[in-house]
Design a binder for this molecule. Structure first.
Ligand SMILES: *Cc1c(COP(=O)(O)O)cnc(C)c1O
Length: 370
């Protein structure tokens, strides 16, 4: 059992704010809540989204979809990873999940499974350039024919996923993917005119709202990060508010005199007299061990740099410059994400970790206790 000292809190009012921002485009959305809502917690996030009138959600596995249904979500649930096991097929029927089908084998397997009294709704995934899951565009007519001959399966959605919607220099490839998607859509709709289309993730919704299809699939922006950060289009994702806040208690406050070293490997030597706070989070809590120089937490609304090596359950900060530093006592919180004032965003931490904000919330979210 691991019992982290750190606390993960959700600003659900920020989730509502981000949903409103994304809806400003007027496009219907199918929020993506896979991987425990990017680490934020499926139940809490889905509850708020339902209150906000969301009636389509996308998860990863069928097991996640079943959990969402058991939690009371009554809308459409799409499982983006498709069916993997025979149990998944049974669960898809039991919990009215719309599984993705992305290859011939999966289609045949679903068709061969014991039919229910009603047809099973499925989402057809077509590959337009991501080369991950999906039928090739030229195979869609055959898929449509197969489905037409299989009354137990009813296609309700056609999906594809963009590889570089967050990269303006790659717009030509995004447009090529959109063109291929249109061809796939025409082929499927020739047989199933009612099928809805869904192409765009967050970056597409922000940068190319005209390409998203009938249902956009935003993930990242819901949780408050901007996939266009650092690009010429960053402004299109302005105003999003991070939902996750992570704090950990300060365990000790002590001076470090000029010339004294700190931590494993003695990688930090105090240039002048400093004040150190030892914080109860480390790499066992997915606070990565090798952050870039300049990595900070926030104490009393002011950024305090991480010094020395991050340990398994502890990290040291130089708090010399936080307001009334001499009054900081053990038990006070240091903020790994959030914290007001000079708050640390998932984007900041991603920069220091050499990764993307998606991974930051997925990792730190594993410390959630409720
Ligand atoms: C994760 C995912 C999304 C959401 O992408 P964001 O960049 O977080 O908006 C959309 N569609 C599929 C298929 C995904 O796997």
């Amino acid at each position: 059992m691991s019992a982290p000292l750190c606390r993960v809190r959700l600003h659900l009012e920020h989730l509502r704010h981000n949903v409103a921002l994304l809806r400003a485009s007027g496009k219907p959305i199918m929020p993506v809540v896979k991987a425990d809502a990017y680490g934020h917690g499926l139940a809490d996030v889905a509850g708020v989204l339902r209150e906000e009138g969301v009636d389509h959600l996308a998860v990863g596995s069928v097991a996640e979809a079943a959990e969402l249904r058991r939690g009371g979500f009554d809308g459409v649930i799409v499982a983006l990873l498709g069916v993997v096991t025979d149990e998944d097929i049974i669960a898809a029927r039991t919990y009215r999940v719309v599984p993705l089908v992305h290859d011939r084998g999966g289609l045949e397997r679903l068709a061969a499974a014991p039919a229910g009294t009603e047809a099973l709704n499925v989402a057809v995934k077509c590959d337009t350039g991501m080369a991950r899951l999906g039928f090739r565009v030229e195979d869609i007519p055959a898929v449509a024919e197969f489905l037409a001959a299989t009354p137990g399966l009813r296609p309700v959605l056609l999906l594809s996923h963009l590889a570089v919607a967050d990269t303006p220099e790659e717009d030509a490839f995004t447009r090529e993917q959109a063109a291929r998607f249109e061809r796939a859509a025409a082929a499927l709709r020739r047989v199933f005119p009612g099928v809805k289309l869904s192409l765009g993730n967050t970056a597409c919704l922000l940068a190319f709202p005209e390409l998203v299809g009938d249902l956009a699939r935003p993930g990242l922006a819901l949780y408050g990060s901007n996939p266009l950060h650092g690009t010429s289009r960053a402004i299109l994702g302005a105003g999003l508010e991070p939902v996750m806040e992570v704090s950990a208690p300060i365990l000790s406050v002590h001076p470090l005199r000029a010339g004294e070293s700190l931590g494993y490997g003695r990688t930090y030597v105090a240039p002048t007299d400093r004040l150190v706070a030892v914080v109860g989070i480390g790499y066992a809590d997915s606070y990565r061990r090798n952050p870039a120089p300049g990595t900070c937490m926030t104490v009393r609304g002011r950024r305090a740099p991480v010094i020395g090596r991050v340990a398994m359950q502890m990290t040291c900060l130089d708090i010399s410059d936080v307001p009334d530093a001499a009054e900081v006592r053990p038990g006070e919180e240091a903020f790994i994400l959030g914290g007001g004032g000079e708050a640390v965003t998932p984007q900041d931490l991603a920069g220091w970790w050499g990764t993307i904000p998606y991974e930051v919330t997925c990792l730190l979210g594993k410390n959630r206790t409720a």
